[in-house]
Every structure is written in structure tokens, then in C-alpha cells.
Design a protein. Structure first.
Length: 75
């Protein structure tokens, strides 16, 4: 890709769109659901459930002190 972009620039043709990776900049990765829950728990001071971690037998919470906790249901 870099060779093709260099050839276009040397020929005097500027591409209309240059992807961020080619431009040398990278976007920050999106926050995970757990990270979002930890941030919400810290802001509220209360545990927040991490819905993406829920299973048939467990429920995971993000605690305000940044420690994850899981609750197991036994049948």
C-alpha cells in the first residue's frame, strides 16, 4: 500500500482519501464493556453489572474500587 501511495504522490496525483493507518495516525481502541462498567461504577460509587459477561450461572459486576466480582447461582 505504501509503495502504491508513494507512486501516486510522485506522479503528482493525490489520492482523495488516505486511511488513518497510511497517514501514520491510529485511532484509540474503543473501550470494552468491562472498562465502561468500571468507569460507571467509579462515577456512581455503586457496583455496575457487566452485561456482556452474564452467563446462565454467573453475573459479573464492576465495583467502584475497580475490582471485578462475580456472583454464581447454584441450582
Amino acid at each position: 500500500m505504501t509503495v502504491a501511495l508513494g507512486a501516486l504522490l510522485m506522479a503528482g496525483v493525490a489520492p482523495a482519501y488516505v486511511p488513518a493507518a497510511a497517514a501514520g495516525t491510529t485511532a484509540a481502541p474503543a473501550a470494552t464493556e468491562t472498562q465502561k462498567a468500571l468507569k460507571a461504577a467509579a462515577a456512581s460509587g455503586k457496583p455496575v453489572e457487566v452485561l456482556g459477561e452474564r452467563t446462565e450461572f454467573t453475573t459479573t459486576y464492576a465495583n467502584p474500587d475497580a475490582c471485578p466480582a462475580a456472583a454464581w447461582e447454584v441450582f
